[in-house]
Design a protein around this ligand. Structure first.
Ligand code: PEP
Ligand code: MG
Length: 544
């Protein structure tokens, strides 16, 4: 079976399936003895409370506090009374639990503060109690004493965030594309993952042997001893690479390739520096504003940018102005009525319509630049042609910004690379959107995930055009999409003329190690092979 691999990890072990979500209970009457039904409910509540308590004891630390709190919720006498009076009024136990917990949750939300934050935990407890009443496994990440490969339809962000990394060897999901939140979180936490594997859930059962090779996206069921040994050997080679000394990005022949970090907040800077980021290749400023109802003030923005730039003294920091729209709408910039927001007023188009917001941001950036010693580069998302480039660079210059560039995410920019580079000081390729727009396939949709693969020669040929134009016009061309975090693809990108790679910091070690294994000549040879392939898979296979 095949899916889209995230990173280059490989894992071999036993599969454990994530239980499917429970169907919501109906309000059907229990039709029996109210006492018996109420007893069933209180037994289930007590059993779940006990189970959560015991799990807390095993895991310890902060997670224990969370589980303890959840256990106390399941034991709450007022809640138990509420559930049993609902049952005595006639409804079945599952429905009474759902309603009772629902009401309790509303009360907590109304209290606000810490209690409100805990309210969503009630949903999890209620689901566990309902599962117990039905005699089915509780939803959520299964527990096991042995490490396992987690097989799921998809994961909720909360599931991914709380995965026990000592136990979960790899994640394999049927849904989700390479830029889905599962993939992004897996990458951020360096979890081996393969997403978008059609037919997965029909094929895999609990306890079955499985190998997940994220380098190729291949999932092997019931592997032979030889295959398992090879996978384990590769896994240990990989962990050696992760602990290799941190050096500036370079190929085996000494050609430098700057390795940079994709960040969303100044607080993430310290970790990136620790992992050897030579600067920032993409600061997604819209991440600072996702909850804002009003455009943030120049002062507040200046503070944020100053904090980020201060963490990278003497180093390059590429800041992207607000990329609002589609999967990241900002209420003060986007019109909710668009039928196809990914094809609407997003990125630079939305900023051009709201130039005051763009100007405020550039002003804040110029002030932060003046107050710090980083090498500030500023770029705009979703630039489609030379006119937009000229517009954005012109306005950036008005604020005294020295290095102003364009992101290459819309295929037209690759076709017009020479025209665009006459204005832009640099180009940074956003392969996530470039792939989505090349194939007209929504990057958030699992059903078209097979298109969201930057290994496809259609995407690589666009990157080649940008690389060639960059070399001819002496314009730096970087990549800041997820493609840069795939070590084998990173080599191909360098072979296509890309001179810097920016990625989630957790991916830096693997990419650094892989670059050191090839010369520029070899990288070019690999790129040439990939360009000639007729599918993403063939391109990957031609290179690996
Ligand atoms: C991209 O599109 O590749 C990119 C880097 O931008 P984002 O993922 O934030 O859209
Ligand atoms: Mg983008």
């Amino acid at each position: 079976m095949h899916g889209v691999g995230v990173g280059r990890g490989i894992a071999a072990g036993k599969a454990l399936r994530m239980p499917e979500k429970l169907t919501p209970p109906t309000d059907a009457p229990h039709g029996g003895d109210g006492d018996e039904e109420a007893n069933r409910a209180s037994e289930a509540l007590a059993a779940v409370a006990q189970e959560l308590h015991e799990r807390g004891e095993v895991v310890g630390g902060e997670a224990q506090d969370v589980l303890q709190a959840a256990s106390l919720m399941a034991q709450d006498p007022a809640l138990a009374d509420d559930v049993s009076s609902r049952i005595r009024a006639g409804v079945n136990a599952e429905y009474a639990v759902q309603e009772g917990f629902g009401q309790f949750k509303q009360m907590l939300v109304a209290l606000g503060g810490y209690m409100a934050e805990r309210a969503t935990d009630l949903d999890d407890v209620a689901q566990r109690v309902i599962a117990r009443l039905r005699g089915v496994p509780a939803p959520g990440v299964p527990e096991s004493d042995e490490p396992f490969v987690l097989v799921a339809r998809d994961l909720a962000p909360a599931d991914t965030a709380t995965l026990d990394l000592d136990k979960v060897l790899a994640l394999v999901t049927q849904d989700g594309g390479p830029t889905s939140h599962t993939a992004i979180l897996a990458r951020a936490k360096s979890i081996t993952a393969i997403v978008g594997v059609p037919g997965l859930l029909d094929a895999v059962s609990d306890g079955q042997g499985i190998i997940a090779d994220a380098r190729t996206g291949e999932v092997t069921l019931d592997p032979s001893d030889r295959e398992i040994a090879a996978a384990l050997a590769e896994r240990s080679r990989r962990s050696e690479a992760a602990s290799a000394p941190i050096t500036p990005g370079a190929l085996a022949d000494g050609t430098q390739v700057q390795l940079l970090a994709n960040l969303g907040r100044p607080e993430e800077a310290a970790e990136a520096v620790k992992l050897g980021a030579e600067g920032v290749g993409l600061f997604r400023t819209e991440f600072l504003f996702l909850d804002a109802k009003e455009p943030p003030s120049v002062e507040w923005q200046t503070e944020q940018y100053t904090a980020m730039l201060s963490a990278f003294e003497g180093k390059k920091v590429v800041v992207r102005v607000l990329d609002a729209g589609a999967d990241k709408p900002l209420s003060f910039l986007n019109d909710a009525d668009e039928e196809n927001p990914a094809l609407g007023l997003r990125g630079i188009r939305a900023l051009e319509k709201n130039e005051n917001i763009l100007r405020d941001q550039l002003k804040a950036l110029a002030q932060a630049d003046a107050a710090t010693n980083a090498d500030l580069w500023v770029m705009a998302p979703m630039i489609a042609n030379a006119e937009e480039t000229e517009y954005f660079v012109g306005i950036g210059r008005e604020y005294g910004l020295k290095t102003v560039g364009a992101m290459a995410e819309v295929p037209s920019i690759a076709v017009l690379a020479d025209q665009v580079m006459r204005h832009a000081d640099f180009v940074s390729i956003g392969t996530n959107d470039l792939t989505q727009y090349t194939f007209a396939a929504d990057r958030m949709l699992g059903t078209v995930a097979q298109f969201q693969d930057p290994w496809h020669p259609a995407v690589l040929r666009l990157i080649e055009r940008l690389g060639d134009a960059g070399a001819a016009l002496d314009t730096p061309v970087g990549v800041c999409g997820e493609a840069a975090a795939d070590p084998a693809l990173a080599v191909v990108l360098v072979g296509l003329g890309v001179t810097s790679l920016s990625m989630s910091p957790a991916a830096l070690a693997d990419v650094r190690a892989e670059l050191l294994t090839v010369t520029m000549e070899e990288a070019r040879e690999r790129a040439a092979k990939a360009l000639q392939a007729t599918s993403a898979r063939a391109a990957r296979e031609a290179v690996l």
